[in-house]
Design a protein around this ligand. Sequence first.
Ligand code: G
Ligand code: G
Ligand code: MN
Ligand code: NA
Length: 254
Amino acid sequence: MALRNDLQEAIEAENFELHYQPLLDAHSGDVVGVEALVRWKHPVKGYLSPGLFIPLAEDTGQIGPISEWVLRQACRDMCRLAAEGYGQYRVSVNLSPLQFRRPNFLSNLQQALLETGLAPEYLELELTEGILMADSAAAVETLHRLRDMGVEVSIDDFGTGFSSLSYLKQLPIGKIKIDRSFVRDIATSRHDGAIVQGIISMAHHLGLAVVAEGIEDAEQRDFLAAHGCDVFQGFFFARPMPLQKLRAYLGQPT
Ligand code: G
Ligand code: G
Ligand code: MN
Ligand code: NA
């Protein structure tokens, strides 16, 4: 398949780029971290979205080298920003379930942190609920090892799967990210408003922090703020951007 061959060339030439979307503290408005989102710089087609090539890479096994590149690049970029005086930010990296389940996942991760010099507390891994539902004994063991290492774990797209908060609470996880499909109609649909309100309240009672993603307007932000959401992410605040634009967004280095 043509795209698969193109992807192999992209892996060898490292024709990828990470864009970063800021995450903001809901109370202070300070940037508390960034989410790394990979793009494929295709020689003919331009920037290609991960929604297009990550599923393909998962099917072909090419996800392995792509994930390795993403992880190292994200760690390197955060170290670079800090060295340049822009501040030290935590970076969230999306993890494919296949990567999480690989036997050498933890040693590769440790190696990436050592090589790049990023302190583990400045790395966060975004997992989806599905990772925890299947194969749970091994997954739970890996989560404990991550906590021991000091790497933060959050549950991405929360609410779209079938895991309950009470189940998540038994696991060493600190944070959930409410899926943007709930945020979209938050102010207009009583239903979605009630779901989000309920998720935030339950999560807080269980000691979990709550990130809302996909915030696109002030109404959504105000609703989330009123119900105690901890961290904001979305186009309303900032779009994913290349590192150079992130520098400008973060302001003058000190
Ligand atoms: O940026 P965009 O909206 O096109 O992202 C589409 C999807 O790709 C999202 O679900 C996002 O989590 C996923 N994604 C982005 N970057 C990565 C990555 O580095 N690894 C994996 N596994 N998924 C990613
Ligand atoms: O699945 P995941 O949550 O990792 O998806 C992240 C993707 O969501 C990114 O590719 C990013 O481009 C997209 N995204 C981020 N903020 C918004 C937003 O406010 N609206 C929409 N529609 N997409 C967003
Ligand atoms: Mn994500
Ligand atoms: Na999401």
